[in-house]
Design a protein around this ligand. Structure first.
Ligand code: MLT
Length: 269
């Protein structure tokens, strides 16, 4: 609870020192909510940005605990390491490009796309660009998910926010046009189990629109939100006395049996 309460202040202090004049984050106004206070500490007073942050902080907090950061804090916490250690381990996982850093990768991808074809492209040009990108062995960041098999609902609510508040933003239009063509291209390519966009495909564009352009801060922002999921689960894990976590072990004999079973099922197929 302490860590949760302190995180926005710590994160905002880092922001002000790295990207602003290093001035104080000011005092917390207990009549305002989490988002309003956090935005004020960061130095943003646009009510629409506060509303966006309200959405952002909720949708990034967690969904079902299986992702790398939530799972890591659970694993480390299961050794009875304190919540500060458990959460910092979670953040080390969130920093990976296949996890929280993906929203930054999406912006790098979009910037490259705009650099190549600008904002006045046809659907055909966009499709060709995505195909060439895939053919060069790269992926479309922000598309696909380990478990979801449809458009991530967190993508959809960010899209709804953008349609309502920034429908003419050129980067949003690009994200929207990519949504029209990319799933088909990925299905045609035949590699993706899930060709639909996830939360990371949208978030950066919204932050950019409101002037938060410092991409290397995005994972910190994600972390402030993810803390709510990780740490509430840690409280439950302690309350329920959950055991030390460990992956299943196999003896050599057990592994041989598994390998034989896999071989015979492959032969039958
Ligand atoms: C997340 O929210 O961490 C991502 O959707 C990744 C995941 O759930 O595995």
């Amino acid at each position: 609870m302490n860590l949760l309460a302190k995180l926005p202040t710590i994160a905002a202090t880092i922001y002000r020192h790295l990207y602003r004049d290093g001035s104080s984050v000011g005092v917390i106004d207990s009549n305002k909510d989490w988002s309003a206070n956090f935005c004020q500490m960061l130095g943003y007073d646009d009510p629409l940005f506060v509303e966006l942050m309200r959405l952002y902080l909720v949708i990034h907090s967690d969904h079902e605990g299986g992702n790398v950061s939530a799972h890591t804090s659970h694993l480390v916490g299961s050794a009875l390491s304190d919540p500060y250690l458990s959460f910092s381990a979670a953040m080390a996982g969130l920093a990976g490009p296949l996890h929280g850093l993906a929203n930054q990768e999406v912006l790098v991808f979009l910037t490259k796309l705009v650099g190549d074809i600008g904002h006045n492209y046809t659907e055909k040009q966009l499709r060709e660009w995505v195909w060439n990108h895939l053919k060069s062995g790269q992926v479309v960041p922000g598309y696909g998910h380990a478990v979801l098999r449809k458009t991530d609902p967190r993508y959809t609510c960010q899209r709804e926010f953008a349609l309502k508040h920034l429908p003419n933003d050129p980067l949003f239009k690009l994200v929207s046009n990519l949504y029209k063509i990319t799933p088909d291209v990925l299905l045609e390519q035949g590699k993706a189990k899930n060709p639909w966009p996830n939360v990371d495909a949208h978030s950066g564009v919204l932050l950019q629109h409101f002037g938060m352009t410092e991409m290397s801060y995005y994972t910190v922002l994600f972390g402030v939100s993810r803390a709510l999921g990780c740490l509430s689960q840690l409280i439950w894990a302690r309350g329920m006395g959950l055991p030390l976590e460990r992956p299943k072990s196999h003896s050599t004999e057990g592994l041989m049996k598994l390998a034989k079973a896999a071989k015979s099922s492959n032969t039958q197929q």
